[in-house]
Design a protein around this ligand. Structure first.
Ligand code: 6R9
Length: 648
């Protein structure tokens, strides 16, 4: 991106210092940056000691065969023991680990002592079903507490879990079961979503009909709905776990023992099975949860709203919070059931102190209106987090004002399925935050921005985000495909991890994420990020959400086409569209003015909330709309097309 257009694009100047009280008592201070830069590996060795090891590691990093890393390789530990038993042994067995809130309003609180019993029983049940160390187990569940129990039971016996998001189709499930060669599937009859029971078991039946290696299906009863049953293969979870002992001795596994596989979509074809191992992963999940969320296990109530089927659910519902002995909320359903204030009601009910959610959710709440959160007591909140996409400054400010009472720090956390844990984020007691910027690599993490020729860019310039040193929770490979691991992440820039995100450094050297590199438009030779045009549009009071794409244009190479959802009070008109174009021109410079603005009522999103710009580009370029199977709601594209004049 040219420096001149960058200067135009970077107008956000608001700054927010950490609250004095939080800073004074913060888990991590500025000294951590200095300590880690003096002795990076020593810093991580120290963080590894947050965990309980059966055999303490003496080695920190083995990078003798890059890009294949080994961390703490001669250490041994049991991940489930670290997440459960040790808290009970330390006298905290009565502390609530999980407040489960079902969508229909049922709830259950589970202490660490109870969790230890349940995980042990589930581990014994897996052993009875013939699952042993090194086997793969597929987990296909709704957001219920048993999902955590199932995951920890796998970790406890050394079986590698592969969680598949409950909203994925039978076909997606089948290909993941097959790729991981799973011998057991853990599922439920169904779960509650949008006010009604949705089924899961039929998709498992269909998936297993396509692959022949699954021996058993373990079925949790959640909704009580009618399901079909294959005698000898299907086993009720409650029946088998009930009769197991609550004692199970956790075996120590090697630090590099495979903990889980999690599939993430590639730019082309087959999803990638991202492999994470035990000691390094847990070290960084645990440290980042402690540092970024300033977690005080005795007093905080943590709530991460992600689904357990995504990496955010793995690292910040299961492994980070539980390794730190946190009390947390797990909510089953959607934010608008039975009413649009459900999230705020949950926060009020449990006294949630730390909320971690996604920009797409925040923009939805903005659209629903300020009056909804205003009806609830949110005064327990002391820290807010964001993850999943770049957060535009307007949403950031709204989040702070309307959810955080204008006081709570916001940590905008950049990371990926591949990185396993948070990499770039403010530290809440240290960083003066900037709305829209993830700012700085955490202590012990090395990130920078480079140009096409792999040269580090100067402050004030943009390029590609790269990670320049291995980190403890890095993916170890793509399951079964070492070459694809090398090609995808380590070949674009020699010796550096290529994240696939565009980024820029501001004058202070802070990092601003600009979206995936394929989301960068080239308009008359200027690189313009879709994120920044979207952010400018949402900065207008009439706009609730927007998605921007570059469409092929005979004159300018690409032309900017914007899809916008208006706020409740605004109405679509030619004047408004003209005003929005001018607004973008004023905010970012004339080059960034959209050629077309289309008013719609929905945007196509994946189930994890990422906008599928590829489909909008199909519309903008007048093509048949491509593959929509990963959309959260596949009818959205028809709806959008029906709202546009056929001339486009
Ligand atoms: C944790 C997660 C990874 C991609 C990543 C980037 C985007 C995530 C972000 C962010 C800007 C943030 N992303 N957090 N972009 N600011 N704070 O979302 O993992 O599902 O693998 O997605 O998400 O584009 O490359 P995953």
């Amino acid at each position: 991106m040219s420096n001149e257009s960058l200067a135009n694009l970077l107008k956000e100047e608001r700054r927010f210092a950490p609250p004095a009280e939080l800073a004074a008592a913060a888990n991590v201070t500025a000294a951590a940056y200095a300590q880690a830069s003096e002795d990076r590996l020593g810093f991580w060795a120290e963080q590894a000691r947050r965990l309980s090891w059966a055999v303490e590691p003496t080695e920190t990093l083995d990078w003798s065969n890059p890009p294949f890393a080994k961390w703490f390789a001669d250490g041994k530990l049991n991940v489930a023991y670290n997440c459960v038993d040790r808290h009970v042994e330390a006298g905290n067995g009565d502390r609530v680990a999980i407040h489960f809130e079902g969508e229909p309003g049922d709830s259950r609180s589970i202490t660490y002592a109870q969790l230890k019993d349940e995980v042990s029983q589930a581990a014994n049940a897996l052993l009875e079903l013939g699952v042993t160390k090194g086997d793969r187990v597929a987990v296909y569940l709704p957001m219920i507490a048993e999902a955590v129990v199932a995951i920890l039971a796998c970790a406890r016996i050394g079986a590698t879990h592969s969680v598949v998001f409950g909203g994925f189709s039978a076909e997606a499930l089948a290909s993941r079961i097959e790729d991981a060669d799973a011998k057991l599937v853990i599922t439920a009859d169904g779960g509650y979503r949008r006010g009604k029971p949705t089924a899961l078991k039929p998709a498992v039946d269909e998936a297993i009909a396509r692959v022949d290696r699954v021996e058993h299906v373990l079925v949790i009863r959640r909704t009580g709905q009618e399901i079909s049953w294959t005698e000898g293969r299907d086993v009720w979870w409650h029946e088998i776990t009930e009769r197991q002992s609550t004692e199970h001795t956790p075996e120590a596994h090697d630090a590099e023992h495979p903990l889980f596989i999690l599939y993430t979509s590639g730019t082309t074809g087959k999803p990638k099975g991202i492999l994470h191992t035990s000691g390094g992963y847990l070290t960084q999940a645990s440290y980042t949860h402690h540092a970024v969320f300033d977690l005080k296990p005795e007093t905080d109530v943590f709530w991460c709203t992600a689904d357990i089927g995504w990496v955010t659910g793995h690292s910040y519902i299961v492994y980070g919070p539980l390794s730190n002995g946190a009390t947390q909320v797990i909510y089953e359903g959607t934010p608008d059931t039975p009413h649009q204030g459900r999230f705020w009601e949950v926060i009020q009910k449990y006294g949630v102190t730390i909320l971690y959610t996604a920009p797409t959710a925040i923009r939805t709440f903005m659209k629903w209106g300020d009056d909804i959160p205003a009806k609830f007591d949110l005064s327990s909140l002391r820290l807010l987090g964001s993850v999943g996409e770049p957060i535009n400054p307007e949403a950031w400010i709204w989040y702070r004002e309307h959810i955080g009472a204008g006081k709570t720090p916001i940590v905008d956390t950049w990371w990926q399925t591949e990185t396993g844990a948070i990499m770039i984020s403010p530290l809440p007691g240290v960083t003066e935050t900037k709305p829209g910027s993830a700012q700085r690599a955490l202590p012990g993490i090395a990130a920078t921005v480079v140009d096409d020729e792999a040269r580090e860019v100067a402050n004030g310039s943009g390029g590609y985000l790269v990670l320049t040193e291995p980190w403890p929770s890095m993916l170890r490979t793509i399951w079964g495909d070492d070459q694809r691991y090398i090609d995808t992440y380590w070949s674009r820039f020699e010796g550096r991890y290529f994240a696939g995100d565009g980024a820029k450094k501001d004058e202070d050297g802070d990092i601003w994420l600009l979206g995936r590199v394929d989301d960068v438009m080239l308009v008359s030779g200027h690189n313009i990020s879709t994120t920044e045009v979207e952010s400018a549009l949402v900065g207008h009071p009439a706009v609730a959400e927007s998605a921007v794409v570059g469409a092929t244009d005979a004159t300018t190479g690409q032309a900017i086409v914007a899809f916008v959802i208006l706020r409740g009070t605004a109405t679509d008109s030619e004047e408004l569209v003209a005003e929005l174009r001018d607004h973008v021109g004023r905010t970012l410079g004339p080059i960034a003015k959209p050629k077309q603005i289309k008013v719609v009522s929905e945007l196509p999103k994946t189930r994890s909330g990422k906008i599928m710009r590829r489909l909008l580009r199909d519309i903008a370029e007048g093509r048949e709309v491509g593959d929509t199977t990963t959309l959260a709601d596949s009818s959205v594209m028809n709806l959008i097309q029906s709202q546009l004049p056929s001339a486009g």
